[in-house]
Design a protein. Structure first.
Lengths: 310, 253
């Protein structure tokens, strides 16, 4: 294990009883301490199975996991104390109060009660005013925040967020992103799964893509976007063109909207010529434009591209 | 040992009992009191003594044992089934807990509730009949062993059940008939020889007999055999729980 590695997954394999396909197949992954890692994949790809195995909820068919250098089977008490889990669904006990349930979570993970710490968490998640309320009276967004409070109650070093933004409004999603960034600032390693690729793009340091139980790719987010992302500049032409002028055929360019738009793509991995050269060529060919806009390909486009290729 | 977690689960279960006090405490105490009134005072006054004990007093140990059997099973099964039903069991499974720590928390909570119910029924019985407890320590021992054994059984049912109907099947169709036919209201010599022999296959006979011995010094079956069956029952329950957690049956995929 390297000095900065907090979680190490080696050759993890999971086969559910009657299923013909394995849920996870030879998954190996290393997570660095203090990073935000986004695990992406379509429904049924194996994201939740992977999280459930690491957190001890599901038993793997084979493979090993180490957390903070400790084996998750032999030293399960140490490894589980280091992990917090926010499940995908709103799994809460309706009749308990907010305060009782966070205290319960802390003690369940072997920590002595520390009310000042729990009070701070509830303040941070805007739940302090609701502390004496039975959970059934909370809104969906509050329940989601409560699950985060429960996961943080025992001061974990690694926090798993399984679809944290599922079913929450834009404002709450933003405030959760802020919280995640703040936790990272405090040294907590965050591993999140999400369907909102915008979320991964906004927060993640590294991206892992899982499909059909296999880890297709793990890469630094910025380098991934640079490697596979495209920059496009869309020119709205003053006069429509019927065909692409020969002078532009050296560039990655296409005509659109009945010849009114010229779309120039700059692909970092290719050897096509740059935007300044393209502008010079336009001027020389006396092709005038009224407006232009630039657009970077999103993680979503890269994700779809990678899934198709896998 | 994760003592914090055991205590947390135990307190969680006791709080659940307090939230539903009418269901968990008042209801069983009331129904048992009605048995005292109907069988002890109304019908019992027309029945002669059973083995030298007035009928109203004779049925007290059997009624207490029946109540703790059904309550231990009901409380422990619901205690572990509810988090499975709501999905909150994820927290237990991901916590740094051994299976036995989970069992101690839940079974301890259920057994405590049953002991409270047994104490209240016993105190109520003193209001209706004249009671003498010849061997109070043995009474306590039988009470403890039985509550733990049946709470373990309830815990197993709570792990096995997939729905609320299954949760009720064994308490209603197995435990209640066994309790009624286990000598709560009669002594074995009152039955025909054939039924006496058949009754000996009912494990509840041994529990009630041993418990009644601690009150009046009389038993239908040998005391040591009663104790042995009670301990065996406990060991089988522990063995099943150990197997469930080892294999992850109905807990982990």
């Amino acid at each position: 294990m390297s000095a900065t590695e907090i979680l190490s997954i080696t050759s993890l394999h999971k086969h559910y009883g009657n299923s013909p396909q394995p849920a996870l197949e030879n998954v190996s992954l290393s997570i660095k301490a203090g990073e935000i890692f986004a695990l992406l994949g379509p429904n049924g790809a194996g994201k939740t199975t992977l999280i459930n195995i690491v957190t001890g909820i599901v038993t793997p068919t084979s493979g090993s996991i180490a957390v903070g250098g400790f084996d998750s089977v032999r030293d399960f008490r140490k490894t589980r104390q280091m992990i917090g889990l926010v499940p995908q669904e709103l799994l809460v006990e309706a009749f308990e109060t907010v305060w009782d349930t966070v205290r319960f979570s802390r003690r369940l993970f072997g920590k002595a009660p520390q009310d000042t710490y729990l009070e701070q968490i509830l303040h941070d998640l805007s739940l302090w005013d609701k502390r004496h309320q039975p959970i059934r009276y909370l809104s969906g967004g509050m329940k989601r925040r409560l699950l985060i409070a429960k996961a943080l109650a025992h001061e974990p070093r690694v926090l798993f967020l399984d679809e944290p933004s599922a079913g929450v409004d834009v404002e709450l999603r933003r405030s959760m992103w802020d919280l995640v960034k703040r936790l990272r600032g405090e040294g907590v390693t965050i591993i999140l799964t999400t369907h909102y690729l915008e979320e991964a793009e906004e927060m993640a340091d590294r991206i892992g893509i899982i499909n059909h139980g296999k880890l297709v790719m793990v890469e630094d987010k910025d380098s991934l976007m640079q490697r596979l992302g495209k920059k496009q500049v869309i020119f709205t032409l003053s006069s429509p063109l019927s065909v692409l002028p020969p002078a532009l055929r050296d560039f990655t360019v296409e005509l659109n909207s009945q010849g009114r738009q010229l779309i120039f793509s700059s692909d970092p991995s290719s050897t096509t010529k740059g935007i300044s050269r393209f502008l010079q060529t336009l001027q020389a060919a006396q092709i005038n434009f009224d407006d232009f806009e630039s657009k970077n390909s999103s993680l979503e486009e890269i994700f779809i591209q990678l899934l198709r290729s896998s | 040992m994760n003592f914090h977690a055991i205590w947390a689960i135990y307190c969680h279960e006791i709080k659940r009992m307090l939230r539903t006090i009418s269901q968990t405490i008042v209801s069983p105490v009331l129904s048992t009191t009605l048995y005292f009134i109907v069988f002890g005072a109304a019908i019992g006054s027309r029945i002669s003594e059973v083995e030298g004990v007035p009928y109203g007093a004779f049925i007290v140990p059997g009624l207490i044992m029946s109540a703790i059997m059904s309550q231990s099973v009901a409380n422990a099964s619901f205690g572990i089934y509810f988090p499975r039903f709501t999905g909150t069991i994820y927290e237990l499974l991901s916590a740094p807990l051994s299976s036995w720590e989970i069992v101690i928390g839940y079974v301890g909570g259920a057994a405590t509730k049953s002991l409270i119910i047994a104490s209240i029924i016993l105190l109520t019985a003193f209001c209706f009949v004249e009671l003498h407890i010849l061997h109070p320590w043995w009474m306590l021992a039988f009470l403890l062993l039985s509550t733990i054994a049946f709470s373990l059984l309830g815990f197993i049912i709570g792990l096995w059940a997939d729905n609320f109907e299954k949760l009720q099947v064994i308490p209603l169709l197995v435990i209640t008939p066994l309790a009624f036919l286990g000598g709560s209201f009669y002594s074995l010599p009152m039955l025909s020889p054939l039924w006496q022999k058949i009754s000996l296959f009912n494990p509840v006979v041994y529990l009630i007999s041993g418990f009644r011995w601690s009150f009046y010094g009389q038993a239908d079956v040998d005391l040591q055999l009663s104790l042995l069956v009670t301990c065996l029952f406990l060991l089988i329950g522990m063995g099943l729980v150990w197997w469930i957690f080892r294999t992850g049956y109905k807990l982990k995929n």
